[in-house]
Design a protein around this ligand. Structure first.
Ligand code: URA
Length: 216
């Protein structure tokens, strides 16, 4: 068998195993209700006025998906569409993220999607230190409740914030980084970057294969 065919077969086997596991997590993951603690975090945020973004946002974007997900995606901050709908990754970049999730034979309902910031920075400018300081602790609490095995960091900002580093995304991606005792961070390029640089699709696909392998 050629190397390409063997890689395809291994990939298929990993995906089948992952699907089996997701349908029947067995004894490896105890089922506890994570909705309640997540709702508590949402309540604590309330009509958040902790940073200046409260003045310009339409909706706070808490996060969406399976509270028991083994795979979590973390982006930077809501954009215009997300601000309008209150749901993460629903604009053009979000549609590409949905395709990436489908490419690994999963659905948006099987993963959890959130951002470092819960409110849109005006004109999608870069998040500021004060905003991160006020907002990121809530994402940390969400991660603590969900306990995903893999946190896929979308783009430099998410990866650098989660890993507390200034290393460029091109050097962070391609491998797993320990995050806590439950989770590994796998950085990859942001879907919005991918829309502008389609030549990076192969790298993202490689990162997704690593995600599948580690989950299975
Ligand atoms: N970009 C992000 O980083 N997050 C979103 O929710 C949408 C676009």
């Amino acid at each position: 068998m050629s190397t390409v065919a063997r890689n395809d077969l291994e990939q298929l086997q990993a995906q089948l195993e992952l699907q089996k596991k997701l349908k029947n997590p067995g004894v490896t993951r105890k089922k506890i209700d994570k909705n309640e603690p997540l709702n508590k975090i949402r309540e604590e945020l309330g009509d958040c006025q902790r940073c200046p973004l409260a003045k310009t946002r339409t909706n706070l974007v808490f996060g969406a998906g399976d509270p028991d997900a083994q795979l979590m995606f973390v982006g930077e901050a809501p954009g215009r569409d997300e601000d309008r709908e209150g749901i993460p990754f629903v604009g053009r970049a979000g549609q590409l993220l949905t395709k990436i999730i489908q490419a690994i034979n999963m659905t948006r309902d099987q993963v959890y999607i959130a951002n470092i910031l819960k409110c849109r920075p005006p004109n999608n400018r870069n998040p500021e230190a004060e905003e991160i300081e006020k907002c990121y602790p809530f994402l940390q609490q969400q991660i603590k409740v969900i306990q995903p095995r893999i946190i896929c960091a979308l783009g430099a900002f998410a990866a650098q914030t989660l890993l507390q580093t200034k290393t460029p995304i091109g050097r962070l991606r391609g491998r797993g980084h320990p995050f806590n005792k439950h989770s590994l961070v796998i950085p990859t390029y942001h879907p919005a970057f991918l829309l502008r640089n389609p030549n990076k699709k192969r790298d993202v696909w490689e990162d997704m294969q690593l995600v599948i392998k580690l989950l299975a």
